[in-house]
Design a protein around this ligand. Structure first.
Ligand SMILES: [Zn+2]
Length: 447
């Protein structure tokens, strides 16, 4: 059976992930993501009404026209988790394929939200829920799709595996190796090791190289949780304002913030539209998340809530807000500029449970936000965070477990692949033979 991999998007950037695997006449697409930085660079750009081709030209979504060169039928579109760089182009591209969208329940709910907001295209694909550990048949040439549980900075992330008669294709985006996650099960390393030992073994492993240039091992979410507990407990006696911010999609982190706010005698409040979207979804599908926390999404209602906080006393609350990257229109940045009813006083605490995404726009905006907060007298606590992506020792462990015949580094640009190429070369792989560094828009013939 012929096996081909089309590297459509996310092989020259962290963003707009999309990969297609053809096994005989059956094709499975993994991820259809958005490169958010290409959208945010244009002030106030609304993508909901935009045409796919314009977004492709901007570099915002994958250029899937290369799919015409793959001879077969798309049998499934499989987003691995709910981050926008993996699901954000589904509303723009999925309607071109007559195939169901298969994902875990939390991811699928977020996809539904994306499809509902879309104004240009109607997608009538079937939406199929599949949990980690489950499999489904793909086409009629003997392929199966399996979801292996992994851990990442969003809940219900999986690594899909396409079992073909020629061996397994393991799509490894995105994960870290967490044996003590705050929500959900640990990464299923046992299953990865089994895959490496099965008859045909792993024909190809596509790997998340976000942190491939970083040494060591990515800590567990429970480490970030203890760091956060230590930070908030140290503020227990403070009788002024405490505000926290984190990735609104990071449900485990938001859960920790809610719990520690209560531990120090404050009522947590989730403020901002994206906070409401992600936490509301988590609550609705019944994951292990505090069900009684107040969420306010719309600006007018948020302003009223902030007025109420000022009247009741800031010492009774801990607002969790958007703006961890200093985004100009986010709640925290507006607080820093004095544009909201929430007044920051000398000594008030601002907790960033996030790191700055290393990109010039973010770094500049975050610097400005921190300066503005400082001008109001606020004390800033930064980098209470651990990454959601494997570092080098995690990559080494994955190669040991899977023993793949071929590797394709992904989720980075060429310079970002260098650490991974070194590591894989040390393990005996050869660039251009069984280690395929590539760019967007290529087809790699494996069999
Ligand atoms: Zn991700």
């Amino acid at each position: 059976m012929e096996i081909e991999i089309a590297t459509i998007g996310g092989y020259e950037e962290v963003g707009r992930q999309m990969t297609a695997v053809r096994a005989g006449s059956d094709i499975v697409i993994f991820d259809m993501g958005l490169n958010l930085s290409k959208v945010l660079i244009h002030d106030n750009l609304r993508t909901e009404g935009m045409h796919s081709l314009d977004l492709i030209d901007m570099g915002a979504i994958p250029d899937d026209r290369i799919m015409n060169d793959l001879e077969g039928d798309v049998q499934a579109i499989v987003p691995t988790h709910g981050h926008l760089d993996h699901i954000g182009a589904i509303s723009k591209l999925a309607h071109r394929y007559d195939a169901p969208i298969v994902a875990t329940p939390f991811t699928l709910e977020l996809v539904k939200g994306e499809l509902e907001e879309e104004q240009k295209f109607d997608t009538d694909s079937d939406l199929i829920e599949m949990e980690a550990g489950e499999t489904m048949t793909i086409g009629d040439e003997g392929c199966e799709l399996e979801f292996v549980n992994v851990t990442h900075s969003i809940i219900q992330a999986i690594n899909p595996v396409l079992h073909t008669p020629e061996g397994a294709i393991v799509y490894g985006l995105d994960k870290r190796m967490d044996h003590t996650p705050v929500i959900g099960d640990p990464i299923d390393m046992e299953r990865f090791r089994e895959l490496g030992r099965e008859d045909n073994g792993v024909l190809c492993y596509i790997e998340d190289c976000t942190n491939a240039n970083k040494k060591g091992r990515t800590p567990s979410e429970s480490v970030a949780r203890e760091h956060l507990r230590d930070t908030l407990y140290s503020m227990e006696d403070y009788d002024g304002g405490i505000v926290a911010t984190t990735f609104s999609s990071h449900i485990a982190r938001v859960k920790s913030l809610i719990e520690f706010a209560r531990d120090i005698g404050r009522e947590p409040l989730l403020l901002g539209r994206s906070m409401e979207t992600y936490s509301g979804t988590a609550k609705r599908i019944g994951v292990d998340f505090p069900s009684d926390v107040e969420m306010v999404g719309y600006r007018h209602a948020i302003e009223q809530k902030l007025e109420q906080i000022m009247n009741d006393g800031k010492e009774n609350y801990l607002p969790v807000v958007t703006g961890h990257q200093g985004e100009p229109r986010a709640m925290l940045t507006r607080m820093a500029r004095g544009e909201t009813p929430y007044e920051l006083d000398e000594g008030d605490k601002v907790v960033f449970s996030a790191r700055v995404i290393p990109e010039p726009t973010n770094e500049g905006q975050r610097y400005q936000a921190e300066k503005l907060l400082g001008m109001q007298g606020a004390r800033v606590y930064s980098d209470i965070h651990v990454s959601g992506h494997l570092c080098q020792e995690g990559h080494y462990t994955m190669l040991e477990a899977l023993q793949p015949q071929n590797i394709i580094p992904a989720h980075q640009d060429l310079s970002g692949f260098s650490g991974y190429v070194d590591l894989a070369s040390d393990k005996g792989y050869t660039l251009g033979e069984d280690l395929h560094t590539t760019t967007n828009g290529n087809i790699i013939q494996l069999v």
